[in-house]
Each structure stands twice: as C-alpha cells, then as structure tokens.
Design a protein around this ligand. Structure first.
Ligand code: PEP
Length: 258
C-alpha cells in the first residue's frame, strides 16, 4: 500500500509572521493522521522558522526548488546540501511555473532530481501538459517526453526515492480540476512509463500525486482513484483551514480505499 502524501506548495507567498500563523494553525487543526504524510513547502525565507515549528509535529518540510550543485559560484541559488542542512525532507522540482517563467528544461530538472536523490532529499518531480497540448490530443506524448528527459540515467534504486506529481498546467491556479477519470488515466499512464523504464516493482511502489486546483471538496474523489497517491496543493494550502480539510478528506479516502 502506497502511503498518501498531501503536500502544500506556498509558492511566493507568506512573510515570516504569516508563515508562523499558518503552521501553528495547521498543527492545531490536525488530529490522527498516521496514514497520510503531510508536507509544507514554504518560500526559502521562511524555511528556517517553519523547520523549528515542525520539529515536534507530524508535518514534514519541503522546499520549492533548488540548484543541482552542492555549492559554488551560483549567485541567488540554494543547494541540496543547504536544504538538507535546514531540515528539508522533500523538494518540489520542475514545477510548471518554473518551466514556464524560468525556462527550466527537462535536462535541468534531470540534473536537479539527481542532485536531490544524492542528498537523500525526496524530489517531487512535476510533469503535465498545457491546455493547447491537451486540446490537440498530445497530452500523453508530452508527459512521456517530460518523463523520459527528467529521469534519464536514473536507476530503479534512484527511482524508488522519487515522488512524481502530475499537474496539468491548465488546472493550476485556474479553479479547473482534472476530472477523476482524466487524473486516473494520466496517473496509470505515468505508472506504465515507470514500469517500462524501471520494472514492475518500482512502478507499483512509486507515489504519483495529483496537482491542479485541489480543494477540500474534490480531494476524496481524486484520491479514491487507483493510481492517485495524494495531492500537491497550491492555493488551498495557503489557508490552514482548507489545508487541514484536505488532509482530513485524504484520511477519510484512505480508510475507504483500504
Ligand atoms: C501547484 O502550485 O502546484 C498547484 C497545484 O496550485 P493550485 O492548487 O493552486 O492549482
């Protein structure tokens, strides 16, 4: 049984006082969540503070991006060593906003994912098609190409340390969610790609999250899908109340999935 993950991506939101407020409210709102892994990914400026607040909690810490080198003359960048040092367990890589606004290629995401695995950080690697790509029926080809480029040179052992997030670009921050069937179709497809490249055992253990306008009222129907192993949540993770509701909906869905 793959353990469900609910990860919150705070993007470029929250000052330190706001981050403290949100984390304290999330902690206060969570009860009995042993069946679900919970992650928050604050902006870099709040990571240290949030790390301290999470020390005595079930919530794990993640970052939203990193450089692939351990250290060096890369002004403005943060390395996997630094993320490990500050207490991160996860790092989001290849988010569509980074691919679109910062021109991140599959090749760059590949280097970052290798850097993360080397430092025992769990990369949450994002893939997903744009609206134009879906409307022209190319979504499977697009995701196949992202997958092949991103995991080039990975071994099955590396792959076992990875989480994938399927995030259709047309559903991110738009209020449009993929239907449970659309999500399941793509998740099953991604799992089949893992199987082709890395074998059945790796494929059946690999967690694939859905991301794109996940909210408390659509969480259960998404997580109830066979190949959906959790959610990467943007907007709805910014408010403690809705994030906690999503976690609670996931806990209920796990019970009914078992
Ligand atoms: C995201 O940022 O990864 C995301 C899925 O955003 P939203 O939930 O706001 O669509």
């Amino acid at each position: 049984m793959r353990k469900i993950i609910i990860a919150g991506n705070w993007k470029m939101y929250k000052t330190i006082p706001e981050a403290i407020n949100t984390v304290n409210s999330v902690k206060a709102g969570l009860h009995k969540v042993s069946d679900v892994e919970i992650v928050v990914c604050p902006p870099f400026t709040a990571i240290h503070t949030v790390a301290g607040l999470l020390e005595d909690s079930v919530v794990d810490l993640g970052a939203q991006d990193m450089h692939y080198e351990t250290e060096g003359a890369f002004t403005g960048e943060v390395s996997p060593l630094m993320l490990k040092d500050i207490g991160c367990r996860y790092v989001i890589l290849g988010h569509s906003e980074r691919r679109a606004h910062f021109k991140e290629s599959n090749d760059l995401v590949n280097k970052k994912a290798k850097g993360a695995v080397k430092f025992n950080l769990i990369p949450i690697v994002c893939v997903g098609e744009t609206l134009a790509e879906r409307e022209s029926g190319r979504q499977l080809d697009v995701v196949r190409a992202q997958f092949a480029g991103t995991f080039k040179g990975f071994t099955a052992e590396d792959m076992e340390k990875v989480v994938i997030a399927y995030e259709p670009v047309w559903a991110i921050g738009t209020g449009k969610t993929a239907t449970p069937d659309q999500a399941q179709e793509m998740h099953a497809f991604v799992r089949s790609l893992v199987q082709e490249m890395f074998g059945e055992e790796t494929a059946s253990g690999l967690r694939i999250l859905y991301g794109g306008s996940v909210k408390p009222d659509n969480t259960a129907e998404l997580i109830n899908q066979l190949d959906v192993d959790g959610a990467l949540v943007g907007g709805a993770s910014l408010k403690a109340e809705s994030f906690v509701q999503i976690v609670n909906a996931a806990v209920q869905a796990v019970v009914s999935k078992e």
